[in-house]
Design a protein around this ligand. Structure first.
Ligand SMILES: C[S@@+](CC[C@H](N)C(=O)[O-])C[C@H]1O[C@@H](n2cnc3c(N)ncnc32)[C@H](O)[C@@H]1O
Length: 344
């Protein structure tokens, strides 16, 4: 089945990298196709089931649709009419047009109306129009010079990311990571349910919450006791039960069980001052320490400021960089998300 995903456009590379990593984590074979920024095509075997799996994992995705027909604006009405709507629809339906990255002139409301009339003429009373909460949602996506006709399989519920924003949790401390970015980094680490994941600079526990929601067993540590206690409080608040938190310096870790994945956001200064020897040494010592506590072929996903040379940091370690994504925070700070593999 061919799917298309409507992704967040808040970053150029992270949303599609997250989709690919989630599919790999779930051992799902796929081929992908690029449309405009914010849209990704996927060829997979069992589309309906895979859409459900992805819908539960992804942070930077909005919608997953089954592709019914790829067409152009000129051919839209013809191709739309030739689809077997009687076969495709449930008790009620809505047609909705969305434009992403297109110069094409289209009157969305008029198009929705006229396509809705075409459906109605085919299905008669078998399916009714329901604009509020239809069982079948027909998505018309106008992008570049292409129009995708799709049936929505999953609308990703963003309530969780909104309700669990750091300041809404029982323990808050400035500098917490956004839940969506945390979820994306967890996906980039390719963890599976019941894998052991660690954040050794856990702060308020934002990364561990997202990993716990995906079913990982989580371990968090921080040098500051206040953070350790706060993380435990936040994890409990979010219903995460399978966790261990303790106080530790991330440069001197000694875990009982080696972890499969590490996702973390080590401290960084607001200026390049941490680029000095002290900052670089903290990262370097941490990488050496965590390497001894990780399973071979496990992944480490880490956020660093742009002025830290991650390539230089991994020299002499067992880590290999697989991916790198830059997030511009403001004029003088870019965050770099590095995905690494621990080689054996
Ligand atoms: C940027 S914050 C992490 C924020 C976290 N991702 C969140 O969402 O709340 C970095 C954390 O590293 C901790 N830290 C600083 N130096 C450390 C060290 N040597 N070992 C372990 N934790 C350390 C700080 O106490 C702080 O909580």
């Amino acid at each position: 089945m061919e799917l298309f995903l409507i992704l967040s456009r808040e970053h150029e590379t992270l949303p599609s990298a997250e989709v690919k990593a989630a599919l790999q984590a779930e051992n799902i074979p796929f081929n992908s196709k690029n449309y405009e920024l914010g849209i990704m095509g996927l060829m997979v075997d069992d589309g309906e089931e895979i859409a459900q799996v992805l819908g539960k994992r992804l942070g930077y995705a909005h919608e997953i649709c089954q592709l019914l027909k790829e067409t152009t604006l000129n051919e839209l009405e013809y191709d739309f009419t030739n689809l077997d709507w009687k076969e495709l629809l449930g008790d009620d339906f809505a047609v909705r047009v969305k434009k992403i990255g297109t110069e094409l002139e289209i009157d969305s409301l008029a198009t929705e109306k006229s396509l809705g009339t075409i459906v109605k003429s085919q299905v008669a009373d078998a399916s009714k129009v329901n604009l509020e909460n239809p069982s079948s949602f027909i998505r018309i996506l106008v992008t570049g010079n292409t129009v995708l006709i799709g049936k929505r399989l999953v609308k990703i519920d963003k309530k969780h990311f909104y309700e669990l924003k750091p300041h809404k949790r029982p323990f808050f401390y400035p500098g917490s990571m956004s839940p969506k970015l945390a979820r994306c980094m967890i996906n980039l680490s390719q963890i599976q349910k019941d894998d052991l994941l660690m954040d050794p600079f856990c702060g308020t526990g934002g990364i561990l919450i997202e990993a716990g929601i995906l079913g990982a067993r989580v371990i968090g540590s921080d040098i500051d006791w206040k953070m350790v206690k706060g993380t435990a409080e936040n994890l409990e608040h979010c219903g995460i039960k399978d966790f261990i938190v303790f106080q530790s310096d991330a440069r001197h870790l000694d875990l009982e069980e080696k972890v499969k994945a590490v996702v973390t956001d080590p401290p960084y200064g607001i200026s390049a001052s941490l680029a000095g020897e002290e900052g670089a040494k903290l990262y370097k010592d941490f990488l050496e320490s965590i390497s001894d506590n990780m399973l071979d072929n496990g992944r480490l996903c880490m956020a660093t400021p742009h002025y830290v040379d991650v390539n230089a940091l991994i020299q002499g370690t067992k880590f290999k960089i697989l991916e790198r994504h830059e997030i511009r925070m403001h004029k003088s700070l870019t965050r770099v998300i590095s995905v690494m593999e621990k080689l054996n």
